[in-house]
Design a protein around this ligand. Structure first.
Ligand SMILES: [Zn+2]
Length: 231
């Protein structure tokens, strides 16, 4: 069985139908995950490459979690700022990593123009950071991790303490840790661990582990420094 299958999408912007490829669920099992949920797959096709659907006719690009209806104002703005300059291109078949990255950047541009939900924007930014991580491009990875962190914080501030925000809080802590802000990371991890209203055992455990990791890194740092002073 082929890992990719085709599905037909109707563009919410220009109403054209087009096909986009998706990865079959049986090929989507992650063999490993980083502590910020970045997944690694055994199969040679990376499901993350096929998250964004790009309309070949008008260029409007989004994910399955994006808005489902577009207002006339949003459409007008989209054509004014981007769509009118789009030249027909097809992202429908299998994608290279460059095309995958481009599809995410298109979704980011489109999402910015039409005012997409912040949670979707955060996810797109986070995925771009992962694509750079796969390539070992640490500078760009860090840049996009910071952008996604800002977007996740906005999501948290807008949604407040709703039921399933333990995962979001953990992730905000973890992205602070990954972008070098240990003290803010600890604040978020300790919130997840100490808030009695949070019952998500997996996120409490993950927050404890990353908090512990920071403690170990910090004590390691102090020891190195002490060694340097006494040398
Ligand atoms: Zn379209």
């Amino acid at each position: 069985m082929e890992p990719l299958y085709t599905m037909t999408i109707t563009c919410i912007c220009c109403e054209a139908s087009y096909s986009t490829s998706r990865v079959r669920p049986s090929f989507k099992k992650a063999s490993n995950r980083d502590t910020d949920f970045c997944a690694y797959y055994k199969s040679e096709v990376n499901p993350d490459y096929y998250v964004v659907r790009v309309c070949p006719s008008c260029g409007y690009s989004t994910t399955e979690n994006g808005i489902t209806v577009m207002t006339d104002t949003q459409r007008k703005k989209y054509y004014e700022l981007f769509g009118s300059r789009w030249t027909a291109r097809d992202f429908g078949g299998s994608r290279t990593k460059e095309q995958a990255l481009e599809s995410y950047k298109l979704a980011l541009i489109c999402g910015g123009i039409i005012g997409e939900k912040e949670r979707v924007i955060a996810g797109i930014l986070h995925h771009i950071a992962w694509l750079y991580r796969f390539e070992g491009n640490e500078e760009q990875e860090q840049r996009f991790l910071r952008h996604s962190l800002e977007a996740y914080v906005t999501v948290f501030e807008t949604e407040g303490m709703s039921l399933n925000n333990a995962k979001l809080m953990y992730l905000i802590g973890e992205l602070h840790r990954r972008t070098g802000d240990a003290s803010t990371a600890v604040r978020w991890f300790s919130r997840v661990v100490n808030d009695k209203k949070i019952v998500d055992a997996a996120m409490i455990r993950a927050s404890r582990e990353q908090w512990q990791l920071l403690r170990e890194q910090q004590s390691g740092f102090l020891t190195d420094e002490a060694v340097a002073i006494h040398a």
